[in-house]
Design a protein around this ligand. Structure first.
Ligand code: NAD
Length: 253
């Protein structure tokens, strides 16, 4: 079950957190993994770790917000079967406290970055006879999170892109779904707490954990397991759907 034998998988933001867990799991399940990340050092570290486990992996430093770079990247990678649009950045602020610069920065990575990868990847997937796309959304995209205006807006767009792509390329054999994690303990959360609550990280970590009805944050490997299922042949009947993985955040709060 859930094997990815000889599938070629491109994972953006694969240098850290959820993307790194997906890269490890996909490689263990037999995929050749292409780790894409802004950080060359993070990419190379993941590559070293996966190779130590005898996995097949290639690293690509790339900023997904830059279309020309993404087009060149996809051309260099060549044909592949799976795209996980996972790269994303966090931001705190309400509509009236989010600067234009910050709004544009969040959109350029979290929305345009996904568009850039879809734009470059879909012709390849189609020429290949199909493939699977998983976009990393967030519970923020469907129910919103207080003081996450730009982030929630961006993740709502990711969910809409997922539906659009699922409809437009169904006949090309391309399945497209999104995952909406609740809070997952990754460097994304640690960095967010350090930037916004210096000196109060531990206290805020506890508070954030309690916002999940299940009483804890998720783990990257739990999200990776869902991504694996959605990318596997066992999920061949699933497209155009968003999957919350949130300890009950959406339904039980
Ligand atoms: P993370 O910060 O640990 O990892 C994100 C990775 O993306 C980093 O390695 C970073 O270098 C890379 N990245 C950032 N900008 C990039 C760019 N322009 N081009 C290429 N790579 C870039 O974050 P994470 O917690 O693993 O989050 C991964 C995804 O999951 C994000 O889309 C995030 O919005 C989403 N998400 C996370 C949580 C959470 O609580 N951690 C919750 C919901 C959704």
């Amino acid at each position: 079950m859930f094997e990815l034998n000889d599938k070629r998988a491109v994972i953006t933001g694969g240098g850290s957190g959820i993307g790194k867990a997906i890269a490890h799991l996909f490689a263990r399940q037999g995929a050749h993994v292409h780790v894409v990340d802004l950080s060359d050092a993070a990419c190379l570290q993941v590559v070293r770790e996966i190779r130590e486990e005898a996995g097949r992996v290639t690293s690509h430093a790339c900023d997904v917000s830059r279309q020309a770079d993404v087009e060149a990247l996809m051309a260099a990678i060549g044909p592949f079967d799976i795209l996980v649009n996972n790269a994303g950045i966090a931001h705190i602020g309400k509509a009236d406290t989010t600067s234009e610069e910050d709004f544009d920065r969040v959109m350029s990575v979290n929305v345009k970055g996904v568009y850039n990868c879809l734009h470059a990847a879909i012709p390849q997937l189609r020429a290949n006879g199909g493939g699977v796309i998983v976009n990393m959304a967030s519970v923020a995209g469907s129910v919103g999170i207080k003081e996450r205006f730009a982030y929630s807006t961006a993740k709502g767009a990711v969910m809409a892109m997922t539906l659009s792509v699922a409809k437009d390329y169904l006949q090309d054999g391309i399945r497209c779904n999104s995952i909406s994690p609740g809070r997952v303990h990754t460097p994304f959360v640690d960095g967010f707490l350090a930037r916004n609550y210096p000196g109060r990280e531990a206290e805020m970590f506890e508070q954030l954990s309690k916002t999940q009805p299940i009483g804890r944050m998720g783990r990257p490997d739990e999200v990776a397991a869902l991504a694996l299922y959605l990318c596997s042949n066992e999920a061949a009947f699933i497209t155009g759907t968003d999957y919350p993985i949130d300890g009950g955040f959406i339904t039980l709060n």
